[in-house]
Design a protein around this ligand. Structure first.
Ligand code: SF4
Length: 306
């Protein structure tokens, strides 16, 4: 049963950066950006989900397409949704630039989240954070910060667990699985018997990308809104019958490996690392469920509408 509270729109896969830890392989080389027409279609379909309260705009970097973002925020607010934005704040180059970018969003955005950590801006990330904090305070925009720990930091869920306060655990999926996993001690594949981060049975939120794919987790698709309306996709989702979420619900990433008899019995940085590796190995077999190629670092992959 899907009672979605939040819809997270990947406004674009493009980003000015290529951070090592990015789930969505954001890059200047990526293609795929929502148009105003896409936004209209999505909001129209979103209104049919009666439980939906929040629309987030993220990416990639949504401020790269500022005119589309601004129009989308205005339309989502007009439609009665609470609005959030996740940004790397590349645009925060001065107090004036912050005011200029944020003023049109004031009163419309209830949750502005900036990424502020060494992946994004090296040692300079504190300066950008300070500039955005000042402008957000001045304009009355609620602000949150995502700051991801470095590779090899303890898992946030471990009891020993000692991430710095205000720091989020690094999860090894997407580009992080490829670029950073070798730096983590990790554990044997068969210890990863649950998905620790997503409620795959009754999700409270899903992601929707510029090509129309609806993601349970980045790169696990349950369908495309250009083929079936969002409300029908949600109503028709059978978690135990989906070729990827079914085995994940049964036995976590280790269950996915066992179910398809994949030769992946090694050590993995975390559950997501094994999950992502197994999914990458299954893409040819389940092209519709493991899409689009952009989520697997395949920038040249053809996608509907691209
Ligand atoms: S284990 Fe797989 S499905 Fe669960 S959060 Fe990690 S990558 Fe996503």
């Amino acid at each position: 049963m899907m009672n979605l509270n939040g819809l997270h729109l990947l406004l674009t896969y493009q980003c000015i950066l290529e951070c090592d830890h990015c789930f969505a392989w954001g890059s200047p080389k990526q293609s795929g950006t929502m148009t105003p027409e896409d936004i209209r279609l999505i909001l129209e379909q979103a209104k049919e989900l009666e439980t939906l309260e929040w629309i987030y705009f993220e990416g990639g970097e949504p401020f790269l397409h500022y005119a589309v973002l601004r129009g989308a925020v205005e339309a989502a607010a007009r439609a009665g949704f609470q609005v959030g934005i996740v940004t790397n704040s590349y645009w925060a180059t001065s107090a004036d630039s912050c005011r200029e970018n944020l003023r049109p969003l004031a009163g419309l955005v209830q949750d502005l989240i900036i990424s502020s950590d060494a992946y994004h801006w090296g040692e300079g990330n504190g300066e950008k954070r300070h500039l955005v904090e000042e402008a957000a305070r001045e304009l009355g925009i609620p602000l949150g910060v995502i700051s991801v720990a470095g590779p090899g930091a303890p898992d946030a869920r471990s009891s020993s667990g000692a991430l710095q306060p205000g720091t989020d655990a690094l999860l090894y999926r997407g580009r992080a699985a490829v670029r950073l996993a070798s730096q983590a001690a990790g554990g044997a594949w068969d210890r990863y018997t649950t998905c620790p981060h997503e409620d795959l049975r009754e999700p409270g939120r899903v992601h929707l990308d510029p090509f129309g794919y609806v993601h349970m987790c980045q790169g696990i698709s349950i369908g495309n809104i250009h083929e079936q309306r969002l409300a029908d996709l949600c109503a028709g989702y059978r978690p135990d019958e989906h070729p990827i979420t079914g085995p994940l619900l049964e036995g976590g990433p280790a269950g996915l490996v066992r179910h398809y008899d994949l030769p992946l019995q090694g050590r993995y940085a975390d559950a997501c690392h094994l999950c992502y590796t197994a999914r990458a190995a299954l893409r040819e077999r389940f092209p519709a469920a493991l899409a689009p190629g952009e989520m697997y670092g395949d920038f040249a992959a053809a996608a509907p509408g691209s």
